[in-house]
Design a protein around this ligand. Structure first.
Ligand code: FES
Length: 610
């Protein structure tokens, strides 16, 4: 029989019991302490480092190669197995936390306010005024009388009420959704009508609590998606969903998170949870599938089809999302394949369906989604940019947590690292990585083909001294204490992401028959895009030179779209039309995409861009 082991997690001082032979990852999971697992826990990325005291399995050569040098008790949480009671210390850099989650964005159109939910206090309302209100919802006064006989529509206080049993009750509030009476609540609760908008990202989740009487956002909160324990990109999430119990586990994790964030917001704002009547969730295609428990497996193999092809409107309780018993869950349809509801949210929030002159919008994330719009016509595609822009799969990369380097400047004689929170640098997050590579290109440390030059080839002697030979080729030292080094392989990862975006942009505009120079507005959405400097975008050639001066950063368009869907049934209908009318371009089947991809791998030659 396998022995039960006591494991204490520090500095949280949490105690859990696991069976002997469990991985440290499993113990951390049992303690609900999410640790960054970019490679999905396959021992390849070396990002899940923890310190262990106690009896654990011996590390093999592959693990040793990925452990930081000079720390004796360091182990990879996904590989090391517990063989006795142990104490595990999880350092901040391995923890899943993001301090800079972009939770707002810009919108460019107001839609008619029509959330599709109404509450009317039956007591004091002038019957004529009430009739007008009810007419909007196509509810007759006689419907109220009939429905008031239905005990299942009463909240628990009303059910206990003697007056109601005698059919005399007017001290109640009627709740109607989409022309149907869905409940009666004791007393006047008409001012308490709320909705929850959710941006369901692969790595982060944002929740916004909205007053459905006014459309006003009352509060917003965000955190890391705990599913990152199973890998940091959509493909690893899909792969995990195919394992036994995997889909249910993913669904449970994200629903638990949404309920936690909603509870936190409601508690802070004094909003009763059972007054939440609508939840609108927007995410990439795989995440939307997972939320409603539909397998995203088909997205993981050619021809990469989505099973959900239309908008979702279902009872939120079916997915486990808390709120009023009749709370509805709304999700926009995907456009096709990996072009998901999050891009539909972007289109609606920017009203791209109405633009006359060409506009291109790019959601820069692990999965880059691109749309081009003009004269009511739209074409959209997705392109696998990879997680490098979020600081993942980069040897010195970290997420946007405190201490992450978000900007790099190289002056005449020194390197300046600007960190989130101004704390001690721990690694480069996406924007720091881009800024760092751009700075090294400007100083001639990196060649346009991405190669780090040798010491002798670099004109600036003090910069040349920072180039070292590591096990996997040349590395550039941004900081020696703490050690932050950019490897040759890291630059290649960025080149792959950049090439995917550039090729997607070029091929999509060609298919739409629009020249790049005619696109006068380029909208960049997503958390990563928000912290980028325009000069770094230019120097890296992240976007074509024709876009120079036309780029506008719009922040988190997914949450803005989710809020619009929550408050406007008109917008929801427009979203359905947008999906029907948008051409879905499948880049993987296009030979010109491959050609463009390879030609976009290099950085612009010096002199072409500054
Ligand atoms: S090495 Fe453990 S998650 Fe990648």
């Amino acid at each position: 029989m396998r022995q039960s082991l006591r494991v204490v997690i520090m500095p949280d001082s949490k105690e859990v019991w696991v069976v002997s032979g469990s991985t440290i990852k499993e113990a951390l999971f049992a303690a609900s302490i999410p640790v960054s697992m970019p490679c999905g826990g396959h021992g390849r990325c070396g990002k899940c480092v923890v310190r262990v005291s106690g009896k654990v399995s011996e590390p093999d050569d592959a693990e040793i190669a990925r452990l930081p040098r000079g720390i004796k008790d360091a182990r990879l949480a996904c590989v090391a197995r517990l063989e006795g009671d142990a104490e595990i210390t999880v350092p901040a850099a391995s923890r899943v936390s993001i301090e800079k989650i972009v939770s707002r964005g810009r919108t460019s159109r107001r839609y008619r306010f029509c959330p599709g939910i109404m509450k009317v206090f039956l007591g004091k309302k002038d019957p004529r005024k009430m009739k007008t209100l009810l007419d909007d919802f196509e509810i007759g006064i006689e419907d109220i009388a009939i429905n008031m006989m239905d005990a299942s529509l009463m909240d628990s206080d009303l059910r206990m009420d003697h007056e109601w049993r005698l059919g005399l009750h007017t001290n109640a509030t009627l709740v109607a959704a989409k022309g149907e009476i869905v409940g009666f609540e004791a007393g006047d609760t008409s001012s308490e009508c709320y909705g929850l908008a959710v941006d369901l990202g692969t790595n982060t989740v944002v929740c916004s609590l909205v007053d459905l009487n006014s459309g006003r956002e009352l509060g917003v909160t965000s955190t890391v998606n705990p599913q990152v324990m199973h890998g940091d990109d959509v493909i690893s999430r899909i792969r995990f969903s195919k394992t036994s119990g995997g889909l249910e586990m993913l669904r449970h994790e994200v629903v638990h998170l949404i309920n936690g964030l909603a509870g936190e917001l409601a508690g802070k704002l004094g909003v009763p949870r059972n007054r939440l009547y609508v939840c609108s969730a927007v995410g990439n295609t795989a995440m939307q599938h997972i939320l409603v428990g539909v397998s995203p497996a088909d997205l993981g193999r050619a021809p990469y089809r989505a099973r959900l092809t239309s908008s979702v409107e279902t009872m939120a309780s079916r997915s486990g999302i808390g709120g009023h018993p009749t709370c509805r869950l709304l999700m926009p349809p995907p456009i096709g394949g990996f072009v998901g509801g999050d891009l539909v949210a972007l289109i609606i929030s920017q009203a791209l369906q109405t633009v006359k002159t060409p506009v291109m919008a790019i959601d820069l994330g692990t999965n880059g989604e691109i749309v081009i719009a003009a004269q009511g016509k739209m074409a959209a595609c997705s392109t696998a940019a990879g997680p490098a822009f979020e600081g993942e799969r980069i040897s010195c990369g970290v997420r946007a947590i405190g201490g992450a380097v978000e900007d790099v400047k190289i002056t005449k004689d020194k390197i300046e690292l600007k960190t989130i929170n101004g704390s001690k640098p721990i690694g480069l997050c996406g924007s720091g990585l881009i800024a760092g590579i751009a700075a090294l290109l400007r100083k001639g440390v990196i060649e346009p083909n991405g190669r780090i030059k040798t010491r002798g080839e670099i004109k600036n002697k003090w910069l040349g001294k920072r180039v070292v030979h590591g096990k996997r080729g040349r590395e550039f030292t941004f900081s020696s204490r703490p050690l932050i080094r950019l490897r040759q392989g890291d630059i290649r990862e960025v080149q792959l992401g950049k090439a995917a975006i550039c090729a997607g942009v070029t091929v999509l505009s060609a298919i739409a028959g629009i020249k790049l120079k005619d696109i006068k507005t380029v909208l960049v959405a997503g958390g990563f895009g928000s912290s980028l400097r325009a000069s770094s975008i230019r120097r890296l050639g992240l976007l074509p030179p024709e876009f120079e001066g036309n780029i506008k950063v719009i922040g988190n368009s997914a949450i803005e779209g989710a809020k619009i869907f929550l408050t406007s049934c008109d917008a929801r209908e427009e979203a359905d039309r947008v999906v029907e009318e948008t051409e879905h371009v499948e880049l993987f089947s296009r030979p010109e995409f491959k050609e463009e991809f390879y030609t976009s791998m290099g950085f612009p030659e010096p002199g072409l861009r500054k």
